[in-house]
Design a protein around this ligand. Structure first.
Ligand code: GLN
Length: 534
């Protein structure tokens, strides 16, 4: 396969319209029709990657197999397409400038003035084309972050204009907009969409397809109006109505033939048949399931649910697979104390303690995990969640009352969680954690082995601290099993507590590897244990 087809997705009117979900849904449809598909996210901010961003800024930082810290939309791409992405799938303005400036320092521009056009736009186009040079993808979807008209987005829109000019029929452009509903007149308004398309036209880009986010069905006259004033075919005006779940969006887009319209623009003569039987069955099971289970997620960023996007979605995948509806109870770790914990946990059938960094909220997590351990509530501790479980056990079961993680207390006498040796010399914060996929060996006699049914597993990491092996024997002799480890690095990756129905802590992030079609075994296993706890 030499040439790929490119579908650009831009956004207008407001942010947060769900470009990522539309891009993922379209990718899902092409993939279900047998086209090899991938999605690239272009982020117009100056951070080199989101790894150093506070989750309150843009939500969770997603990690790819090859260890790139990326935008959370890549999580959607993987969950909808059931394929891994890589560092090539996320580009930020920061990373574009970084490479252009590095080349300038080397003298690569031979004395020329380095400018946004052509040097930055060339670099944007080069990054887009890198996915094509892999010769793996028939369809490459490119989601441009931000909203058309933003100053920061301009170089991307200009790069898109050039790309469309250079590759003509290999390119289709979808513009996602919002149709506000005026309740006083009972009307959907098209003017913001018209203005948004005009803004694109000022930059020389005519969208081929308009996808309209709306809370009400579009009638014919609204569609005709948008077609006429935005210069697109009538059948290229697609409604994107609020759905019950994001996993319904591919089917809603299919009903309106979004993929067929795009294929036609790309000159694909006869589109392949679709095979989405499993997806449809899974969705039905999910929608039919009664909410019979309450799972708590404890974290310090719960005000912004996107901070735990992949964990939330992994629970949905397990729920759809098992046909058991889940109610999620978000608990702020700073609001937990020893007086209210019993009440907080009263209706919870299972609890997850989320990943995180720094000391804020750590005491609440320690109180919670003690209660969970002593009261036999199924527990999944992820990364920091696992570390907290180890600290609590070491303090309250092994008796080292002042033990802590060096991350929270550099002076602790009993550093049960310690900085990894490879991290000691590390000074820079960006991209320097233990990142990406590592192999983990499981003990056959463990809950995790029962879940994975495999002795060797691969999971993605993002951390600097680890369980301190100096105390491994004490932990084990008091009833904590160290059931997963990295053989060469001699690192403990999974702990379980004996004499507890299901208490698992993992140093890695299983939530990065769950998809709607293929739920993660740890999550399904955790939900099954929580069902038994009803
Ligand atoms: N802050 C902890 C560490 O760096 C945990 C990180 C995480 O939860 N992702 O080891």
């Amino acid at each position: 396969m030499s040439k790929s087809n490119f579908i650009f997705v831009t956004g207008g009117v407001t942010s947060s319209l769900g470009k990522g979900i539309v891009a993922s849904s379209l990718g899902n449809l092409f993939k279900s029709r047998g086209y090899s598909t991938t999605i690239l996210k272009l982020d117009p901010y100056l951070n080199v990657d989101p790894g150093t961003l506070n989750p309150y800024e843009h939500g969770e930082c997603y990690v790819t197999k090859d260890g790139a810290e990326t935008d959370l939309d890549l999580g959607h791409y993987e969950r909808f397409l059931n394929i891994p992405t890589s560092q090539l799938n996320n580009v930020t303005t920061g990373s574009i400038y970084k490479s252009v400036i590095e080349r300038e320092r080397k003298g690569d521009f031979l004395g020329k003035t380095v400018q946004v056009i052509p040097h930055i736009t060339d670099e944007i186009k080069r990054r887009i084309l890198l996915l094509e040079t892999q010769k793996k993808f028939q369809i490459i979807i490119v989601e441009i972050g931000g909203t058309v008209g933003d100053i920061e987005s301009l170089p991307y829109i200009e790069a898109l204009r050039q790309f469309k000019f250079e590759r003509k029929n290999d390119v289709a452009v979808i513009h996602l907009t919002l149709l506000p509903f005026l309740s006083s007149t009972g009307e959907l308004k098209t003017k913001p969409t018209q203005h948004s398309v005009k803004t694109m036209l000022q930059s020389g880009v005519q969208p081929d397809i308009i996808v309209c986010r709306t809370e009400h069905t579009l009638n014919d006259s609204v569609k005709q109006k948008i077609a006429l004033f935005c210069n697109v075919d009538y059948n290229s005006v697609i409604e994107s109505i609020n759905a019950e779940t994001i996993y319904e969006v591919p089917l809603l887009m299919l009903q309106q033939k979004l993929d067929a319209v795009v294929a036609e623009k790309l000159g694909i003569q006869k589109i392949n048949r679709i095979n989405n039987v499993i997806w449809k069955k899974r969705l039905k099971k999910f929608k039919d399931a009664e909410k019979e289970l309450t799972i708590a997620i404890i974290g310090k960023y719960v005000e912004l649910k996107d901070s735990y996007k992949s964990i939330y979605e992994s629970l949905i995948h397990a729920s759809a697979f098992l046909g058991k509806g889940i109610l999620i109870k978000w608990i702020h770790s700073e609001k937990i104390n020893s007086r209210n914990i019993a009440n907080q946990m009263r209706d919870c059938h299972g609890v997850i303690i989320a990943p995180g960094f720094g000391g804020r909220g750590i005491d609440g997590k320690l109180i919670a995990v003690k209660y969970i351990r002593e009261n036999n509530i199924p527990f999944l501790g992820i990364c920091l969640g696992m570390q907290v479980a180890v600290i609590e056990f070491f303090r309250n079961v092994c008796g080292y009352k002042t033990a802590h993680s060096v991350e929270m207390n550099t002076e602790t006498k009993y550093p049960i969680i310690d900085l990894m040796k490879t991290q000691i010399e590390v000074v820079d914060k960006g991209g320097t954690m233990r990142l990406g996929t590592y192999v983990c060996k499981l003990d056959k006699n463990s809950k995790c082995y029962d879940a994975y049914q495999n002795e060797y597993i691969e999971e993605r990491h993002r951390h600097r601290y680890e369980l301190n092996n100096d105390y491994a024997e004490q932990l084990v002799s008091h009833g904590m099993d160290l059931v997963g480890y990295h053989e060469d690095l001699n690192l403990v990756e999974i702990i379980e507590v004996k004499n507890h129905p299901w208490f698992v802590g993992v140093q890695f992030h299983p939530e990065y590897q769950s998809s709607f079609i293929q739920p993660h075994p740890l999550f399904t296993s955790f939900i099954n244990a929580s069902l038994l706890n009803k």
